[in-house]
Design a protein around this ligand. Structure first.
Ligand SMILES: [Zn+2]
Length: 399
């Protein structure tokens, strides 16, 4: 009986939603009025009518999240050893030849440093700026959104050891325009950087909303962040005062770890940002899985997707967690993305492919699938592209 009663109340809620009353974070609503972390624990559940056709997050008996797809296999110890010791590292990043790097991977000054008043002024269009690795600044529908912000020199718990970036960040946190929301994909150090989180929190405080996957709220609070929304896959929320743009935590195939014992205590995810004029997708860090078809069916087509294209060799070790350029193109197709931008390359040497190979293989894979170069493009560090609704994209950025 209780189940039935619950079903009835759910159906009533569905009815309200069909009538256009979307269960969002409205300022006038009592408990959700405050932006504190306490209220952030509450979020909206997936509409149960849709639950059957999407893959939900899953934990094992030990309370650790697991990947629910057959495309996931846990890398074996021998594969790890082979990767670390036996496999030839062909990344060949010029060590002391800044001139070569400046030619091959120039770091441009982002447009907003000279023209801060233009930030957020994209009309019906969307502007994307690559800030290196998985850090992307997206302006759309009156909001400025930042993904996986990493401004530090090293992707590491300490700044004297660990993977060092071979291209510096094109701007500092102080030089960013006003940011309304940050999306975090997972806890690995090249995506979640405590120093960058602290700097963003010091500059924007409680006015900046952090969207994080399930299990990360406590860590964010310990960093001092107050305005944190923690979501499970398929849950949604929004930025206060901008109800018209919906942020949905969506799946991807990856894993989490920051300390020796915290494997997969936190969920990993991708993000869909759905506005009245534009739809943006951030893939985070991922191997290929069927989630992208589900996301494309539910929320596509996207105006822009940011999809990783680097850190993929050797395949026998990295395939479950990192797509290669060919799989990135498949994600672009699955999502029904109008445009995609390649990220997760050209910044940290994390895997064994030649450091300039990802965009070359991307172009070949895109061509094989009948895509034009502008359909799945890469940007210079600090470079922007304005995607207009009339298909006439505009490049911005200066060296
Ligand atoms: Zn990762």
């Amino acid at each position: 009986m209780e189940d039935k009663a619950e079903d009835v109340s759910r159906l009533e809620a569905d009815g309200a939603e069909q009538a256009g009353v979307k269960p969002r974070d409205r300022p006038e609503e009592g408990p959700r009025k405050c932006c504190s972390s306490q209220s952030s624990r509450k979020s909206f559940r997936l509409d149960h009518r849709l639950e059957e056709d999407v893959t939900k997050s899953k934990k094992n008996l030990h309370g650790r999240f697991v990947n629910p797809w057959p495309t996931w296999t846990k890398p074996s110890f021998s594969a790890l050893l082979k990767f670390l010791v036996l496999e030839k590292n062909n990344s060949k990043v010029p060590s002391s030849k800044e001139v070569v790097l400046d030619q091959e991977l120039p770091v441009l000054e982002p447009y907003f440093i000279q023209k801060p008043h233009e930030s957020g002024q994209t009309g019906a269009g969307l502007r994307v700026t690559w800030l290196g690795h998985a850090s992307v600044l997206v302006e759309m529908d009156g909001l400025v959104v930042l993904t996986d912000p990493v401004f530090s020199q090293r992707a590491s718990p300490v700044q004297f050891a660990g993977p060092r970036r071979f291209r510096g960040p094109p701007c500092s946190v102080a030089q960013l325009p006003k940011v309304h929301a940050v999306l975090i994909s997972h806890t690995h150090y090249d995506h979640l950087d405590a120093r960058s989180v602290a700097a963003l929190n010091a500059r924007f405080g409680g006015e900046l909303r952090w969207f994080v996957p399930l299990g990360l709220l406590d860590w964010m609070q310990r960093c001092g962040c107050e305005n944190v929304i923690e979501l499970d896959w398929w849950e949604e929320n929004c930025v206060p005062g901008h109800d018209e743009v919906t942020f949905v935590c969506t799946p991807c195939q990856h894993w989490c770890k920051r300390t020796p014992l915290d494997d997969n205590r936190v969920l990993w995810g991708s993000w869909a940002v759905l506005g009245p004029s534009n739809r943006f997708f951030f893939a985070g860090d991922t191997g290929y899985c069927s989630a992208f078809q589900e996301i494309g069916q539910r929320f596509g087509p996207f105006d822009l997707a940011a999809v990783p294209i680097g850190a993929y060799l050797p395949r026998d070790f990295l395939k479950p967690q990192h797509v290669d350029p060919e799989e990135a193109v498949q994600i672009h197709l699955d999502l029904r993305a109008r445009r995609s931008v390649g990220i997760h390359w050209g910044t940290f040497a994390l895997a064994h492919e030649y450091y300039l190979e990802p965009p070359v293989r991307l172009r070949e894979a895109a061509e094989r699938n009948g895509l034009k170069e502008e359909d799945f493009f890469v940007l210079h560090h600090g470079e922007s592209r304005l995607l207009s609704s009339e298909d006439e994209d505009v490049f911005e950025g200066s060296s």
